[in-house]
Ligand binder design. Structure first.
Ligand SMILES: Nc1ncnc2c1ncn2[C@@H]1O[C@H](COP(=O)(O)OP(=O)(O)O)[C@@H](O)[C@H]1O
Ligand SMILES: [Mg+2]
Length: 368
C-alpha cells in the first residue's frame, strides 16, 4: 500500500505520532543504550521518557504526551514486553487512544496498524479477507489473501491497535483469542499459518460508557492486562493538559491567534469540573450535572474552538465571547434538561463571580 506514503507530510491535516514527533523519537534512540525487548525500537526506559516527557542530556526537549500517574505508564509499557496484551480502559476523553498511539509509535515506530472496533467489524478485520477477483481467477493463494493490520503486525513483530474493542461483536472478538494465546493464526484455506514474530503485541482501548454492549469474554480478558486511565485528579493537572494540547492544536491548525490565555483555560476547566462533580470548587453550592461527559478532551475542543473564533472573528485574543458557543455546545447536549442545568449554573454561579461578568454577558448575547 503506497496510497498514504507521500514524500512530504507538510500538508497533512493530522500527522501520526511517529511523524509529528519524529525528532523526539530520533533523539531518544540516539541516547538510548539500555536493553530493548526483542524488536523494540526503544528501551522501556526511553518509551516512558517519550510518554511522560523530560530533557535529554544533549538538551533535546521531550514533550509530555501523557500527564498523570507515572506508574500507569510503566505498567502499560512493561505489559507490552510480556506475552500479555494491553487494554486501556476508562471513560471517554481520558487519553486512551492518544496513549495507545504514542506507545505504538515509540515501541515499533508505527501507530497505524489499527483496527477500529464497530458493530460492523467482522473477522476479516482481525484476521484476513480475500481479493475476490484473484480468488476466483486463481483459487486461494497467498497473493489473493488480504491481510488485516493484525497480521501485518504479527509478521513484522510490531504493535497492532484495536480501538473501542467492546464495540466489536463478541463472536468476532473471539478471533483474537487464538492470536493472543497461540501467537499464530491458522489459514486453513492455504493449509498454512501465520506465526507472530517477536515484538508483536496488541494495545486495545475500551470505553466504560459501552459497558454491557459486548462484554469481553473471560477467555479474552485473561489475555489482557487492564490499565484504567482516570480523569485527571487535580485541577492543575487538568489545566496543564488542556493548555498544552490546545497550544499544540492551535499550531497544527496554523491559527493566527495568540496562545490561549491561561485565565480562559482555568475558567473552562473550572466550569467542567464543577458541573461534572455537581458542586462548586469551594464546596458551597450544590449543582445539577448535565448529561454530557465533560471530559478533558472536550475542554480541549472548547478551547481550540474558541481560539478559531477569536482568530477569525475576534481580535486574536481569546475572550469570553469566543468561548461561549463552544462551551454551550459541549454542555447542552439535551436541549431541554441540559439547557436548564446550564441556565441555573449561569444564574447561580457565573453571574455571582465578580471576575466572570464578561462570561455572563457573553451568554446573554449568545442566547439573546
Ligand atoms: N491525562 C492526559 N494527558 C495528556 N493528554 C490528555 C490527558 N487526558 C486527556 N488528554 C487529551 O485528550 C484528548 C482526547 O483523548 P482520547 O485519547 O481521544 O480519549 P479517549 O480515547 O480516552 O476517549 C487527547 O488530545 C489527549 O491529549
Ligand atoms: Mg478513544
Amino acid at each position: 500500500m503506497t496510497l498514504s506514503k507521500s514524500a512530504s507530510t507538510e500538508n497533512h491535516l493530522r500527522l501520526h505520532a511517529e511523524q509529528q514527533f519524529a525528532h523526539e523519537l530520533e533523539a531518544l534512540s540516539q541516547v538510548d543504550e539500555r536493553q530493548k525487548p526483542p524488536n523494540w525500537k526503544l528501551s522501556p526506559w526511553a518509551v516512558k521518557l517519550y510518554l511522560l516527557g523530560g530533557t535529554l542530556d544533549d538538551g533535546t526537549e521531550i514533550t509530555a504526551k501523557y500527564i498523570g500517574k507515572e506508574r500507569l505508564i510503566e505498567i502499560a509499557i512493561a505489559t507490552l514486553a510480556t506475552d500479555r496484551a494491553l487494554l486501556l480502559y476508562g471513560i471517554p476523553g481520558t487519553a486512551k487512544s492518544w496513549v495507545s498511539e504514542h506507545l505504538a509509535a515509540a515501541i515499533c515506530g508505527t501507530s497505524t496498524l489499527l483496527v477500529q472496533g464497530t458493530a460492523g467489524t467482522d473477522e476479516s478485520a482481525l484476521r484476513y479477507g480475500w481479493n475476490y477477483a484473484r480468488l476466483l481467477a486463481e483459487g486461494p493463494s497467498p497473493a489473493a489473501l488480504v491481510e488485516s493490520p493484525m497480521i501485518d503486525a504479527m509478521r513484522t513483530g510490531r504493535i497492532a491497535r484495536i480501538e473501542e474493542m467492546t464495540r466489536i461483536p463478541s463472536e468476532v472478538q473471539d478471533a483474537l483469542i487464538t492470536i493472543l494465546s497461540e501467537k499464530s493464526l491458522p489459514v486453513p484455506e492455504l493449509n498454512s499459518e501465520i506465526q507472530a514474530v517477536k515484538g508483536f503485541n496488541v494495545i486495545a482501548t475500551a470505553n466504560n460508557r459501552d459497558k454491557g454492549v459486548n462484554e469481553l469474554s473471560s477467555a479474552l480478558m485473561r489475555r489482557f492486562n487492564t490499565v484504567v486511565l482516570p480523569v485527571p485528579d487535580s485541577f492543575d493537572d487538568e489545566i496543564q493538559i488542556v493548555q498544552s494540547r490546545a497550544d499544540q492544536l492551535g499550531r497544527a491548525l496554523e491559527l493566527p491567534a495568540e496562545k490561549p490565555a491561561l485565565e480562559e483555560i482555568r475558567r473552562v476547566v473550572t466550569i467542567f469540573r464543577e458541573l461534572r462533580n455537581g458542586v462548586t470548587e469551594d464546596g458551597k453550592t450544590k449543582l445539577k450535572s448535565p448529561s454530557a461527559t465533560l471530559s478533558t478532551a472536550e475542554a480541549i475542543s472548547v478551547v481550540s474552538n474558541g481560539m478559531a473564533m477569536s482568530a477569525y472573528y475576534g481580535d486574536g485574543e481569546l475572550k469570553a465571547g469566543d468561548m461561549i458557543s463552544g462551551l454551550t455546545g459541549a454542555i447542552v447536549k439535551d436541549p431541554v434538561q441540559d439547557q436548564l442545568v446550564w441556565q441555573e449554573y449561569l444564574q447561580t454561579v457565573v453571574k455571582e463571580r465578580d471576575d466572570w461578568k464578561d462570561l455572563y454577558r457573553a451568554s446573554r448575547d449568545f442566547s439573546g
